[in-house]
Design a binder for this molecule. Sequence first.
Ligand code: ZN
Length: 224
Amino acid sequence: MKKNLIFILILIALAGLISYFLIIPKNGNQPSPLKSITAENSNNSLTPQNPLSQKTTSAFSEPISNALARITKKPFGLKVSPGSSPVSPEKFFGYHTGVDFETAPAEQNLEVAIYAICPGSLVLKKYASGYGGVAVQQCQINGDDVTIIYGHLKLSSINGELNEILKAGQLIGILGQGYSPETGGERKHLHLGIRLGKQINLLGYVQKLADLNQWLDVSNLLKQ
Ligand SMILES: [Zn+2]
């Protein structure tokens, strides 16, 4: 019996030794997952530099607060007609050359500020049929000349003299009162169009899909 007891004790001791050398070293391997976590952390600390550098290199500003969330009715390129449109009544036909930024019910009697999206000179401010007050700015996007149309502004609020350079983010004016001459009779919203080149063209819609090639979608620039 004593021999059996000693044998069992030796077995227990052996098991203890084995577990010491097998299990403890396994626990001792824990630093490697920790190392991988710290390695991930160090990678994470590097990755934010890319979005940050993108933001600092982007020269674009929002034309209106919370801009992307306001594109709820007429995005770029939408085909509308009086019989088929997200707004009613609709008086236009064709493909939307710009992007419409909507206002909330609570903003109808508030001043809603509109800002230059890029640095460039103010080349036109006038009353135009369908727009009410409209401001036009010339900028460069990726080295290309573009013309920016800000439509449905209160004409008297348009900031700056002709040929004055507006900075990105600088106030251009405020939106016109909805369903009044200030907006060309339209609801209170910003129509923003970007056309390639320096030629001023205020078309809000084109009749051929191919003609949209002359226009850029501002929402793509804002998502950068
Ligand atoms: Zn529009």
